[in-house]
Design a binder for this molecule. Sequence first.
Ligand code: CAA
Length: 240
Amino acid sequence: MARVALVTGGTRGIGEAISVTLKENGYNVVANYAGNAQAAEEFTKRTGIPAYKFDVGDFAACEEGIKKITADHGPIEVLVNNAGITRDTTINRMDPQQWVDVIQTNLTSCFNLSRLVIEHMREIGFGRIINIGSINGQAGQYGQVNYAAAKSGIHGFTKALAQEGAAKGITVNAIAPGYIDTDMVRAVPENVLEKIIAGIPVKRLGKPEEIADGVLFLAKDESGFITGSTLSINGGQHMY
Ligand code: CAA
């Protein structure tokens, strides 16, 4: 039977590409979204992938969401923690809510959902958890202390959980995208974005599908020896 894969923030941007790529490759995909109901509806119409609305930063809401998904499709065996937001501004202008919102949505979400799917994965001796980090969690970024902290946290979370899952057949890996052509990146002021693109060795933004291919690779049953790793997909912008 097809494995059930949940992609958080899976109806737009990188998440949409991940949802579609996994579906095209035989997974039983469900997407989660938070706010944009119209986009989610159009996504489901376009792709045939069901979308479930809940706030990934809220444990109780995730619990409800996972219960519903499990009742409708069966237990989740592939989890892609992709949901993410930005609230960019320098720290002298950042208010506490902008800090909390980004940490909750981008990092606490990884705990919430992993916590809720891990027991089934441990029982069956198989699981794939793929967390979407960021180049800006690796290298830092002016105007993003909240986002960089959350994404950097994802990379630590990945390595710790990988150690816990290894003996149970559960791999936990991260992808660190660079600047990808999505609404999130297009929201960066044009003059700032031009300078960023000029600093990318391949001289262009990445495509959402280029991240989705990485997720597919890590999700495969055959990728069981890869765990605790970070796959950087950034056009050569940051190498280490
Ligand atoms: N390094 C050093 N100085 C910088 C800088 C940088 N990277 N970026 C801006 N500055 C300086 C500017 O030169 C300017 O200095 P002066 O006042 O001396 O001229 C000052 O900071 C203010 O710059 P802005 O006019 O841009 O100020 P602002 O307050 O309007 O905006 C900002 C500040 C919100 C940080 C804005 O510059 C911005 O949005 N930057 C982009 C941040 C970014 O890359 N976000 C990534 C979003 S995409 C994403 O997160 C996905 C992913 O994972 C990659």
